[in-house]
Design a binder for this molecule. Structure first.
Ligand code: SF4
Length: 215
């Protein structure tokens, strides 16, 4: 299995080509805030909104001082913008007060921050601190189960399984790679199996073929 999944990763990399990071990581401040904003929101909306937000609030300190209603105005129309406005203000306050304006570099501390779950913590660890980890979002979870390299119900189970099956040297790039692959080829509703280069390894595709042959 390990050899198979490593081959799949190489093929996807070749098919997708060089990718740009899914979130802006020009600074740790932008990375963590953008990732919190991105939950259940389209990438285009997240980018537009975070650009607007960062042009007004340039640091955790400025964001911590902002009024929640002003943050809401900046980040609308991201999904759950009222909750996210409260979360990022609180997160900024904690980072300023408790961590001297520095993003913490370990998982345990990161997940105590408002709005930061496993996925966000892992994205921050990999992008900001180059720590090997796999950030599992809906794309990574869906694609891994479709291909059949894991059989899991929850993203945290997928993370554990993938870590057992993928060479550590690939961990950091999995999120970015699968997100791009999920946006361009293995789309949620209509996966474009015709052009997909990993179809001979994919359970979803092979089961479809079997079903066609039996019909
Ligand atoms: S063959 Fe289809 S379902 Fe399988 S990974 Fe490729 S696009 Fe996704």
């Amino acid at each position: 299995m390990k050899e198979k999944i490593n081959r799949i990763i190489r093929i996807i990399e070749k098919q997708i080509g060089k990718t740009k990071p899914v979130v802006s990581f020009s600074s740790k401040y932008k990375t963590i805030i953008t990732t919190v904003l991105s939950a259940r929101t389209k990438d285009e909306t997240t980018f537009k909104v975070s650009k607007k937000l960062f042009s007004k609030y340039k640091s955790f300190r400025e964001l911590a001082k902002a009024k929640t209603e002003d943050i809401e105005k900046q980040i609308y129309p991201v999904g759950f913008y009222k909750t996210k406005a409260k979360n990022i203000k609180k997160l900024a306050e904690i980072i300023v007060k408790k961590y001297n304006s520095k993003v913490p570099s370990n998982f345990k501390e990161l997940i105590t921050l408002p709005g930061v779950g496993r996925k966000t913590a892992n994205i921050v660890l990999s992008l900001c601190f180059k720590k090997p980890t796999i950030a599992v979002d809906t794309h990574v979870h869906r694609i891994s189960n479709r291909i059949g390299v894991v059989k899991t119900k929850k993203p945290e189970q997928t993370e554990k399984e993938l870590k057992n099956k993928i060479d550590k040297k690939h961990w950091i790039k999995i999120n970015e790679l699968f997100v791009k692959f999920g946006q361009r080829i293995c789309k949620p509703l209509r996966p474009n199996c015709k052009i997909c280069k990993i179809k001979k390894y994919c359970n979803f595709y092979l089961n479809d073929l079997k079903a066609d042959a039996n019909s």
